[in-house]
Design a protein around this ligand. Structure first.
Ligand SMILES: C[S@@+](CC[C@H](N)C(=O)[O-])C[C@H]1O[C@@H](n2cnc3c(N)ncnc32)[C@H](O)[C@@H]1O
Length: 223
C-alpha cells in the first residue's frame, strides 16, 4: 500500500515525509490494511498506530476496551503491547464487520485474547461494570461526548482514554469553511474537545497526528 491518505490535516509534505519514515507493518497487518483500503473500511492511520504502540509499550495495559472494531485491525495491533494474560474487548455495531473481525482475530490466533461485542456503543457501555487501563474511542463521532462520559468512570487511575479522528479532516479547526451538512458534527466535536481539555480528572493533550488524536490520562482523582 503506497499512500492511502486522501486528506491532510496539517501539511501534506510534512505528513507524507513522516509517513514514509514509518516501518512497514507485518505481512498480516498489511493484508488487513489492503482489505480496508479496497473495501473502504476506515481504520486508524499508521501514524496513529505508531503513537498508540509507543504509549502501549510504556503502559503495558492489562485490560483494553475499544469502541469501533471494524475489521479488527486496531485490536490486533494492540495485542502486541498487551500485558501477559491481558485482554481486549471491542464493540462493533455492524454485525457483518464483527464477523470479519472475528475471522481476522482467529487467523491471528488471538481469539482467547480479543472479544468482539456486537452492539451499539452507548448501550454496551451502559451495561459494562469493569475497569480498564486503556480505552480507544473510534466510532460514531457525533457520540464522542457520550462515549467519553460513560468511559470516564471505567478507566483506572494511570490509565488513558484515546479518542481518534477528533479533528475530522481538519474541519474542527477550520470553523467557518466547513460544508453546511457537516457543521453540526464539527460543532459537537469542538464542544467535546473543549469539555475534555477542561476535565480536572484528566490531563489531556490534543495532537495533530493522523485525523487528530486526543490523549486523556486519568489522574488519581476523588470523584
Ligand atoms: C473508524 S472505524 C474503526 C476502526 C478500527 N478501530 C481500526 O482502527 O481498525 C469505526 C467503526 O465504528 C463502528 N461504529 C459506528 N458507530 C458505532 C456505535 N454507535 N457503536 C459501535 N460501533 C459503531 C462502525 O461500524 C465502524 O466499524
Amino acid at each position: 500500500m503506497k499512500n492511502p491518505r486522501k486528506f491532510w490535516i496539517v501539511n501534506e509534505d510534512v505528513e507524507k515525509y513522516i509517513r514514509n519514515t514509518l516501518k512497514s507493518s507485518s505481512r498480516f497487518l498489511m493484508e488487513l490494511e489492503q482489505y480496508a483500503e479496497i473495501n473502504n473500511v476506515p481504520i486508524m492511520t499508521k501514524e496513529t498506530k505508531c503513537l498508540i504502540e509507543i504509549i502501549g509499550w510504556l503502559q503495558k495495559p492489562e485490560r483494553i476496551l475499544e469502541i469501533g472494531t471494524a475489521i479488527g485491525y486496531s485490536s490486533i495491533c494492540f495485542s502486541n503491547f498487551l500485558a501477559a494474560d491481558g485482554s481486549i474487548e471491542t464493540i462493533e455495531i455492524d454485525s457483518d464487520l464483527a464477523l470479519i473481525a472475528r475471522d481476522n482475530i482467529k487467523k491471528a490466533d488471538l481469539a482467547q485474547v480479543i472479544s468482539v461485542i456486537v452492539g451499539e456503543g452507548t448501550d454496551v457501555l451502559t451495561n459494562i461494570d469493569k475497569k480498564y487501563d486503556m480505552i480507544f474511542i473510534d466510532a460514531a463521532k457525533g457520540q464522542y461526548e457520550t462515549f467519553f462520559d460513560l468511559c470516564s468512570p471505567m478507566i483506572n487511575p494511570g490509565g488513558i482514554i484515546i479518542s481518534d479522528n477528533v479533528l475530522y479532516r481538519g474541519m474542527v479547526a477550520r470553523g467557518e469553511t466547513v460544508p453546511r451538512r457537516k457543521k453540526h458534527l464539527v460543532e459537537r466535536l469542538d464542544q467535546f474537545i473543549k469539555k475534555v481539555m477542561e476535565d480536572d480528572r484528566f490531563d489531556s493533550s490534543l495532537l495533530s497526528i493522523g485525523d487528530g488524536v486526543l490523549l486523556s490520562y486519568r489522574k488519581d482523582y476523588d470523584e
